[in-house]
Design a protein around this ligand. Structure first.
Ligand code: ZN
Ligand code: ZN
Length: 376
């Protein structure tokens, strides 16, 4: 009973999203569009709730067709009660041709930034007219999260935090003497146990000097007493990703690491404080960067302040010096400054922030204090 009500409520959300996409695609293109073809899997999921693979979505006003294959027919019917499920037998282009013929859909817009050259060729051929390019529409829509999406991201964050919290509560014995990859595997296990569908990305556990490589892959290196261990991890829950970074210390910290930890923490605070609607994404990056520069580590902050977070771990907008975008209420972004010292190690602290009309709201709750991150 509850499940059925949930489905009806959810299908309303998806129907509204599909209507918005169709309406905006029409006005953006300035053409008399018959339909919009959605091919990127995350966008299909955003507009349907479908969790399977290899399926395209055609939207024409209030109507929608999910073009799938026989492996997913039953799942699609269960997950997408508001859609017509079309089981294709041949190539995707033939399926699109068949549905557009049945529904008399003529001019079709497609995701130019996702379709392959071959798919574009095949579709233009069967439809006997070129596709209208749809650029960035879904990216921009998905950049603004509704309350259902914010709730999913909060759940993903909470499950991730609980997993690392469990390891930290065990103290040094959960880290010292173990290989980086073992700690990463346990963290991923704890996230799944806590309700995650999977890790949102490959977990980073970087001990000691390895912390200076922002995208290090955990290996066989054993964690030693006195190491700074950089952990960047996140759970995927309800199709939405969490993404946090903490540095835990397995013993007494060197004055150098203590100093950069403090600088990174202050830089993160400055970056978060700049996350107001109407301000530029670039200005938030520069606010954090200035703190790092003033402390003398400007050339050791190797990346941007953060990125949008949602169905993808990295999505629009980017909080980068190259961004020309402005922040808007509803955006969910990470704030993750870092300082990386080759042969010494690295410190990055990453949290997730919702931009609200009343300013930044940090969605993650885990402590960032050096005291709490020092293991007993
Ligand atoms: Zn991260
Ligand atoms: Zn991140």
């Amino acid at each position: 009973m509850i499940a059925a009500m949930q489905t009806r409520k959810d299908s309303g959300i998806f129907t509204n999203r599909r209507r918005t996409v169709f309406g905006k695609a029409r006005s953006d293109s300035g053409k008399k569009l018959g339909a919009v073809l959605i091919s990127r899997p995350e966008d299909v999921a955003y507009l349907t709730g479908f969790t399977g693979e290899d399926s395209f979505l055609l939207i024409a006003g209030g109507k929608g067709w999910l073009l799938t294959d026989s492996r997913f027919t039953e799942q699609a019917q269960r997950e997408c009660p508001g859609l017509e499920v079309f089981t294709r037998k041949g190539p995707m282009a033939e399926g699109v041709k068949e549905v557009s013929r049945q529904a008399s859909l003529k001019t079709i817009a497609a995701q130019a930034d996702h379709l392959t050259v071959n798919q574009n060729k095949a579709l233009s051929k069967v439809l006997r007219r070129p596709l209208v390019p749809l650029n960035g529409l879904l990216t921009r829509l998905r950049g603004l999260k509704d309350r259902h999406e914010v709730a999913a991201i909060r759940r993903a964050i909470a499950i991730g935090e609980h997993a690392l919290g469990t390891l930290i509560a065990k103290g040094r014995r959960a880290f010292v003497g173990r290989a980086e990859r073992d700690v990463a595997a346990e963290l991923e296990y704890l996230m799944r146990q806590g309700g995650a569908e999977k890790p949102a990305f490959e977990t980073i556990v970087a001990a000691g000097p390895h912390g200076s490589m922002p995208h290090y892959r955990p290996g066989d290196t054993k964690i030693r007493p006195g190491d700074a261990v950089l952990i960047d991890w996140g759970a995927m829950v309800g199709g939405y990703a969490g993404d946090l970074t903490r540095v835990v210390f397995t013993g007494k910290i060197s004055p150098q690491l203590f100093r950069i930890y403090d600088v990174v923490l202050k830089a993160q605070r400055a970056g978060i404080a700049a996350l107001w609607p109407g301000k530029s994404c670039k200005s938030a990056h520069l606010a954090a960067k200035k703190v790092v520069e003033d402390a003398g580590y400007g050339d050791k902050f190797l990346h941007s302040l953060g990125h949008g977070l949602g169905r993808n771990v990295h999505e629009w907008p980017s909080l980068s010096w190259l961004s020309k975008d402005r922040l808007r209420a509803g955006m969910v972004v990470t704030a993750e400054p870092g300082i990386y010292l080759p042969d010494v190690g690295g410190v990055r602290i990453e949290d997730v922030v919702l931009v609200t009309p009343r300013g930044p709201k940090v969605l993650s709750a885990m402590s960032r204090s050096i005291k709490d991150m020092t293991l007993r």
